[in-house]
Design a protein around this ligand. Structure first.
Ligand code: ADP
Length: 199
């Protein structure tokens, strides 16, 4: 099963993606985590990405698409993964379609976590105290939220039109949100491969 998880910064994508990946026995692929590893290791991709990430901007597609292409080529995916933070633009979504086409694969479902902006800012500022992410300052957070609204939110309609979208309320205890995701994926007709999760 191949899933995407989407939602604005602070919606809890990473937390839910880890649980979901375990549940479908697949890999968790987070572009944010991959970039942060590259930055720590000071690779050339890390150096190209840092400037954008610190400013809360999107890393250019040529870098981001290359990172995903490399990751999808690794053979630990066993046909199951949760992509977290990619695609983030309509053009990345098209690129993902062609990468999956080449692998003879397709997306089975897209989870979109919904959380209102005031709650998101509160969560991210709280997280800033513990994670020390350079992009968790209030100004950068606001920019990331704006960018999500203008560049990434339009993608939801693309996946809705394909009958793949599962919109889930992301407010509440982590386990409750997890249960909502599982229920949504298990609902008949709401995802082509969803019934596998119920077993
Ligand atoms: P969040 O969803 O909280 O913003 P992520 O860890 O997913 O956090 O991403 C952190 C940063 O990494 C983003 O603000 C952006 O700069 C960069 N990034 C991650 N994924 C992508 C992507 N698909 N396209 C462009 N930039 C990305």
């Amino acid at each position: 099963m191949r899933l995407l998880i989407m939602g604005p910064p602070g919606a809890g994508k990473g937390t839910q993606a880890i649980t979901l990946a375990r549940r479908i026995r697949g890999a968790h692929i987070s572009t944010g985590d991959i970039f942060r590893t590259h930055m720590r290791q000071q690779t050339s991709r890390g150096k190209s990405a840092r400037h954008y990430i610190d400013a809360g901007a999107y890393v250019p597609d040529e870098v981001t698409n290359a990172v995903i292409k490399d990751r999808l080529a690794k053979d630990d995916l066993r046909g199951a993964f949760v992509l977290d933070g990619y695609p983030r633009t309509v053009s990345q979504a098209h690129r993902l379609d062609s990468m999956l086409d080449q692998l003879g694969a397709q997306i089975d479902g897209v989870i979109a976590l919904a959380v209102d902006p005031a709650e998101l800012i509160g969560r991210l500022l709280k997280r800033a105290d513990t994670t020390h992410r350079t992009d968790d300052t209030e100004e950068v957070i606001r920019h990331r939220l704006d960018l999500y609204a203008s560049k990434t939110a339009p993608l939801l309609q693309v996946y809705r039109d394909r009958g793949l979208l599962h919109e889930v309320d992301g407010v509440g205890p982590v386990e409750e949100v997890t249960a909502r995701i599982d229920n949504s994926l298990a609902t008949p007709n709401s995802g082509r491969e969803a019934s596998r999760l119920c077993k």
